[in-house]
Design a protein around this ligand. Structure first.
Ligand code: ADP
Ligand code: MG
Length: 240
């Protein structure tokens, strides 16, 4: 059997003595589009931030591509994360926002130019490269945040509720764009949302989370048809 690409083994997290992740065991295969879904406060962002190296591990293991990364610095994990708030630098142009991380990593200039050109073409950012974030719509800003993640050519993409700030119509469009991006690049992706419909329409693999635990993992239809317990059934609105 193929090794998981991102693996969590009995992963726990406490803040100030209060445990909020209670032993997560989960395997995400290479190339999958996994959606982590659950109510607000269940620990989704914490799990993602630990994966990215933005929070330390209390106990247990995180493995990426067969390597235990608990003590690997965020910038050496081969990961790029897209946040709900876009997290763009307001005083920098779109192009500078996209290249900043690569410059910090001392990436050769020609390579940076090539990658920005490629990301801009994929995400239709070409005409916007000289603009400031304040001159863009919400959807365009989120596309820049995705472009910035793309230029890092990560082994794993992490998305934390990237569409929550967009209106309903744009959200539907951006879901399709993110899926198309995945179809094209096949980069292993963990996408967090509290929205059941988003999870069911986007995921190859749905991971249902509740109160710091994983309730069920499976393909969308399989989970919908055979929810493991009452929480999953009610959360997804499965037929009783
Ligand atoms: P979700 O993303 O699913 O809404 P979070 O991972 O943000 O959930 O939070 C899970 C729980 O951990 C919540 O009860 C939250 O208050 C708590 N929490 C998250 N970050 C911190 C922190 N830095 N310090 C203390 N508690 C935190
Ligand atoms: Mg969150």
């Amino acid at each position: 059997m193929a090794e998981g690409y991102v693996e969590y083994r009995n992963l726990r997290k406490s803040f100030g003595g209060l445990e909020i992740l209670h032993g997560v065991d989960l395997t995400i295969p290479e190339g999958a589009f996994a959606v982590l879904v659950g109510p607000s406060g269940c620990g989704k962002s914490t799990l993602l931030r630990m994966t990215a190296g933005l929070e330390n591990v209390t106990s247990g293991e995180i493995n990426i591509a067969g390597r235990m990364v608990n003590n690997v610095h965020a910038k050496n994990r081969g990961i790029a994360m897209v946040f709900q708030s876009y997290a763009l630098y307001p005083h920098m142009s779109v192009e500078d926002n996209m290249s900043f991380g690569l410059k910090m990593r001392k990436t050769p200039l020609q390579l940076i130019t090539d990658r920005i050109k490629r990301a801009a073409s994929i995400l239709k950012l070409g005409p916007m490269l000289d603009r400031l974030p304040s001159q863009l719509s919400g959807g365009q800003r989120q596309r820049v945040a995705m472009g910035r993640a793309l230029t890092r050519e990560p082994e794993v993409f992490l998305f934390d509720e990237p569409l929550s700030n967009l209106d309903a119509k744009l959200r539907v469009e951006m879901r399709a764009e993110i899926k198309a991006l995945h179809q094209r690049l096949k980069t292993t992706t963990i996408y967090v949302t509290h929205d059941q419909i988003e999870a069911m329409t986007m995921a190859d693999l749905v991971v249902v989370m509740h109160d710091g635990r994983i309730e069920q993992v499976g393909e969308p239809l399989a989970i919908y048809d055979r929810p493991a317990n009452l929480f999953v059934a009610e959360f997804l609105g499965s037929p009783a």
